[in-house]
Design a binder for this molecule. Structure first.
Ligand code: URA
Ligand code: SF4
Length: 213
């Protein structure tokens, strides 16, 4: 079974996690990607932002949210009053999954499978223990399922302040941690009604900002 657990260090902060995750072979996604894109940001942050997986530009840079979706996300966070330098950013899956298509050999994003998501989940749990955020923002269905379970649906669960389930991976997690889900910034970029979708993203992020007070 796919599982990142054997690659996790017993202890250590973000640098130790980053070094160990760079060598993770917990699922097949490490084979094709350029490298692991681990979480980044303020490890004492009150808020943790969780995306799906790195995209093409994140894979090249080795940092999360540096591409077009990341730019849109930062703009929306700013508009909602969430200070980027006071957040920790990561993804539910740490390697870029893609297929190469067309004559330009573009790398087209593919959604991670449930097996890959659950293989990578121990890294997210380690980050939750390390950062111990008061509030987690789940961007899109993959992050939502990773944090809230397989029955998560963006349409029904977005924009609400929900308790963060405590699972076996996060025994030391902050009691009473909360989560707000919203749509993925990539979904805003793809939307036919981009203005409306963007306004929805900002309004969900405001729920998160208000919860932090
Ligand atoms: N989309 C994500 O979900 N995460 C990133 O890091 C970049 C794009
Ligand atoms: Fe490990 Fe996650 Fe990468 Fe799979 S996607 S190899 S579990 S870091």
């Amino acid at each position: 079974e796919y599982d990142a657990t054997p690659f996790l260090p017993r202890r250590g902060g973000l640098p130790a996690y980053r070094r160990a995750a760079a060598r993770c072979q917990g699922c097949p996604l490490f084979r094709e990607a350029s490298g692991t894109v681990f979480g980044a940001g303020d490890t004492s942050a009150r808020i943790m932002i969780v995306g799906e997986q790195p995209g093409d530009q994140e894979d090249r840079a080795g940092e999360p949210f540096v591409g077009p979706a990341g730019r849109l996300l930062r703009e929306a966070l700013h508009e909602a009053g969430i200070v980027e330098s006071q957040a920790y950013f990561t993804n539910a899956v740490k390697h870029f999954k893609f297929e190469v298509a067309g004559r330009g050999k573009r790398r087209i994003h593919k959604p991670p499978s449930l097996r890959e998501m659950s293989a990578c989940r121990p890294w997210l749990s380690a980050e939750l223990r390390l950062v111990d955020p008061e509030l987690v923002v789940a961007l899109g269905a993959t992050a939502g399922k990773a944090l809230l379970g397989a029955s998560f649906r963006v349409t029904k669960d977005r924009g609400a302040l929900l308790p963060l389930p405590q699972d076996e991976h996060q025994p030391a997690g902050r009691a009473g941690g909360m989560v707000v889900a919203t749509l993925h910034p990539s979904a805003v970029l793809r939307s036919d009604e981009r203005e409306t979708a963007y306004a929805g993203l900002v309004s969900d992020l405001r729920v998160a900002a208000d919860a932090l007070g």
